[in-house]
Design a protein around this ligand. Sequence first.
Ligand code: THU
Length: 157
Amino acid sequence: MTNRDITVKIRQLAYDELSPADAELVEQARQATFRSYAPYSRFRVGAAILLSNGEVITGANQENAAYPSGTCAERSACYYAHARYPEAKFLKIAIAARGTDGEFVDEPAAPCGACRQALLEYETLAGAPVEVLLAGRDKIYVLESVKSTLPLAFDSF
Ligand code: THU
């Protein structure tokens, strides 16, 4: 028998410890929460993806009366990013959320499993780790890659 451990490295920073470029990406994710359409959950998520061509593509969760038809912020962002700039590589993604009280959440919100799987595909296409910034109100978690959010990922068939 072999025991294997998988370790996820998370750097925790205060907002003012971020580089100006990372703070700007987090800001874009925060602004994207205001473009969320979430009349059902009232949980508003924003994502901002920095691409290798310098563009930042944002997305926000879009809900639907037929609940499963809605989509998360991360998938709206990554699918649009690749549809708009199929040649560009993903470099970094920031994710922010506002709770039902309309305030930015204290604890960083992490992407759901489906979004981790979707993002992983673009990390694989990029051929290099895509850094993930999860933004709470003042607490920012920085993960070195999407893969680190989904250690035993399905990645081929
Ligand atoms: N949501 C996201 O946008 N991203 C996630 O990774 C988790 C959940 C959205 C989906 C739904 O509109 C709302 O948050 C509540 O689940």
